[in-house]
Design a protein around this ligand. Structure first.
Ligand code: GTP
Length: 303
């Protein structure tokens, strides 16, 4: 299936090219369907992608300073930019350059001088495929009830985030947030009211999250997991307490709970770089949740 690209909000193409005339020619061949942005070196491309993620990159190979191969390798090594297709637009036509292009991680290459038609067709094909993959990934990792990421996403994201934190020597905390006596809540009310409660708990937690790198997921039925990269034990404990209080403050009636209203128990754990491991981290967070439940619920235990 090919996307009707014209019907979409214009996808963004980054043109990395040190020759301004070539950049202009490339850009003018695409602007009816795409937004384009031009930078003149590999380093500028890396800097740009720190802030904006384009849908595709057209990359020259020979540029002063960092060349296209090196820039491509760096972009492919980064978590945020690794899925952006990169097409080399190059005057190099020898086999060695082709091999080096594939090894650097490019999606395709176009040799100069190129036909405008070929450029457009190749770009359209790669952008369509990227947008479709993005959409499937979003669908496969979204929880339909609460509209936050699901367990499948959590597992992959925790592995990736731990790996980044291990490399950059940052601590990471995980919180497990579990609604107390939720089975009885469903039994006394009904399942649809239970669904509303789950959605409300999620929106309440989301409103209290101030850092964009914090990632809230639905871990299992009435349990939510929060991944907190670059966070200390004190920050995790403080946030857990804020979340516990915010849920209690909703004052949602829960007649079969000793508290008379919906509450949560929260267990959390800290992992310290450089030897963090997800199984150990989750075991400790789970054990702390268990202790918080056994100690009477409506409380936080993070260590
Ligand atoms: N309404 C609703 N209920 C759900 C959903 N997913 C899971 N549940 C219910 O969540 C309840 C979780 O029950 P338990 O794991 O026994 O936990 P609990 O009753 O909260 O007990 P504690 O955690 O020990 O306080 C079960 O009754 C599930 O049926 C959902 O999507 N919607």
């Amino acid at each position: 299936m090919i996307y009707d690209l014209k019907s979409l909000n214009k996808p963004l193409i980054l043109i990395v090219e040190d020759d301004p005339i070539s950049a202009l020619l490339t850009s003018s061949a695409l602007t009816d369907i795409y937004k384009t942005h031009h930078v003149s070196s590999g380093q500028e491309a890396l800097d740009y992608c720190q802030h904006v993620l384009p849908d595709l990159i057209l990359m020259d190979i020979s540029m002063p300073g960092m060349d296209g191969y090196a820039a491509c390798r760096e972009l492919k090594a980064s978590l945020s930019s690794k899925d952006i297709p990169i097409i080399f637009v190059t005057g190099h036509t020898d086999i060695k350059s082709e091999d080096e292009s594939w090894e650097a991680g490019c999606a395709d290459f176009i040799t100069k001088p190129f036909s405008t038609n070929t450029l457009r067709k190749r770009v359209n094909a790669h952008v369509s495929s990227k947008l479709m993959t993005d959409k499937f990934k979003r669908m496969a990792t979204l929880d339909g009830l609460t509209n936050i990421q699901n367990r499948r996403f959590f597992d992959g994201h925790l592995t990736e985030t731990l790996s980044v934190c291990n490399k950059t020597n940052q601590p990471l905390c995980v919180l497990l947030i579990d609604i107390d006596h939720f089975k009885q809540y469903n039994d006394v009310n009904d399942h649809l009211v239970g669904d509303d409660c789950l959605r409300l708990v999620v929106s309440t937690i989301r409103m209290k999250l101030k850092r964009s790198e914090y990632c809230l997921t639905r871990y299992s039925g009435d349990v939510f997991a929060l991944i907190m990269p670059n966070s200390t034990l004190e920050q995790a404990t403080e946030l857990a307490e804020i979340l516990r209080l915010a849920i209690k403050k909703l004052a949602l009636p829960h007649s079969s709970s000793p508290f008379g209203e919906v509450t949560v128990s929260i267990g959390g754990a800290l992992a310290q770089a450089p030897n963090m491991h997800e199984t150990d981290l989750m075991k400790r967070a789970d054990a702390n949740l268990y202790f918080a439940k056994n100690a009477g619920r409506n409380q936080v235990l993070v260590d």
